[in-house]
Design a protein around this ligand. Structure first.
Ligand SMILES: *Cc1c(COP(=O)(O)O)cnc(C)c1O
Length: 424
């Protein structure tokens, strides 16, 4: 055999070689059926489905997956599904106008929309996006995959975590080649809804030729009327992303949507792979957006809001739990962990994170390395039983951690590396 001169180090793109494989808390702490998974902001109540709704022989009221029709390609346009998404968002709070399926892109989770927008607007190696830390990790991962740089303008300090409009406007005036700004509302990991007036000021920037993207992954946990999806009917340069992964409890089917102006929607739909949304995904999404599915989603959401309120009441009573950072408009909460001196502390937060997972089977997310989040854990709201177990566990673990046990800097560095997965 003659050796090929192939060398992956010089053949692959440098920005791709520099990527780290995706890591999440679940690589360390598996879903073995006994752990309580409060790390990825999934819907603890499960999907808004019943056994009868998904039975193969469903009679017209359930999710009708045509398994025997799977030799056919799915519908590349998904207009019926898009119409259901429009019906949900045409609330006429932010505009008199209505959005239609022509305002929509649907894809494999919001992740596909995040990437499609980058490919649509940013020239690799030249253009950049603006992000506001602390924020969702996928914007920077997707930017790196596309060889697109970042301009960072941190959010205002906790607990508001609002947009720093003056600094954002200044950056958009002075920094070169910034094509998009990715905002997250409610924010991950902040849980705060961004002020509409702040977003408006960026949309109205007098010299910036770019697109404002608002990621509303958690919007259905926020007060009704907060979604700006229909507002895209008023702006040529606004994109609002949503997903069925969170309030709808359908992370497994991978369905995300981007609402935007007709010209941008046309570009996104032209560049996507034609059959990006599978027929089973489409059928299940259609069901959860039906009256029956929406009612079940609302019931699950109310259950989670009750548990969110319970955590807000009970957590501050626990010794070693510090302040709530950020808002309460999502299905997770960001709380400080305090050391024995009563200060927010990453070493304590890491020890709590690790001990909770290893000794108590409760997996949360360490966020202490994110901008403005020192000592913070992000805790997904669970079911009533899960919250009960979590509250007992964290009280005991904090007492143990602050009761003496110290670690070497090397241990600490190792734990930090382990806990610093990129996304979710
Ligand atoms: C979870 C999450 C998403 C969802 O991504 P999908 O690809 O739709 O599952 C999007 N944005 C943020 C900020 C999230 O936290």
């Amino acid at each position: 055999m003659i050796m090929s001169p192939f060398n992956i180090e010089t053949c692959a793109r440098p920005n791709i070689l520099a990527l780290e494989p995706y890591r999440c808390a679940r690589d360390d702490y598996k879903d073995d059926g006994t752990n309580i998974l409060l790390d990825a902001n999934e819907n603890a109540c499960g999907p808004p489905l019943t056994a009868s709704a998904v039975s193969v022989a469903s009679t017209g009221s359930g999710a009708e997956i045509d398994f025997l029709g799977l030799h056919r390609y799915p519908d590349p346009h998904q207009r019926d599904l898009k119409q259901l998404l429009c019906n949900l968002r045409n609330i006429h709070v932010h505009t008199e106008k209505s959005i239609t399926p022509d305002n929509l892109f649907v894809g494999v989770g919001s992740d596909e929309a995040i990437d499609a927008l980058l490919r649509c607007f940013c020239v690799p190696g030249k253009d950049r996006i603006l992000v506001c830390p602390p924020t969702y990790g996928m914007y920077s991962v997707s930017a790196q995959v596309n060889d697109v740089g970042l301009v960072k303008v941190p959010l205002l300090p906790a607990p508001e975590f609002g947009l720093d409009v003056a600094k954002i406007k200044e950056a958009l005036s002075t920094e070169k080649n910034v094509k998009m700004a990715y905002f997250c509302s409610p924010g991950n990991p902040t849980g705060s809804v961004l002020a509409k007036e702040d977003i408006k000021q960026v949309l109205e920037h007098p010299t910036w030729n770019g697109v404002v993207v608002v990621d509303e992954a958690y919007m259905d946990f926020a007060p009704e009327g907060s979604s700006l999806a229909e507002w895209v009917a008023e702006w040529p340069n606004l994109v609002v992303m949503q997903t069925l992964s969170k309030a709808f409890g359908m992370a497994g089917i991978r369905l995300g949507a981007a609402f935007t102006s007709l010209p941008i929607a046309r570009l996104l739909n032209s560049l996507k792979a034609p059959y990006n949304v599978s027929s089973p995904t489409s059928a299940l999404a259609t069901y959860v957006l039906s009256d029956e599915g929406l009612a079940a989603m609302q019931r699950n959401k109310e259950r989670l809001v009750r548990q969110r309120n319970r955590l807000l009441e009970e957590l501050p009573k626990i010794r070693g739990v510090g302040r709530l950072r950020g808002g309460v408009e999502s299905n997770f909460l960001l709380f400080e962990m305090l050391n024995a001196e009563g200060e927010p502390d990453n070493r304590t937060a890491l020890a709590v994170y690790e001990t909770l997972a290893e000794n108590r089977g409760v997996v949360v997310r360490f966020r202490g390395k994110e901008h403005g989040c020192v000592g913070c854990l992000r805790i997904t709201v669970g079911t009533e039983d899960e919250v009960t177990r979590f509250l007992e566990a964290i009280e005991q673990v904090l007492a143990e951690v602050n009761g003496g046990k110290t670690e070497t800097p090397a241990d600490e560095a190792k734990k930090e590396a382990e806990a610093n997965g990129v996304v979710a």
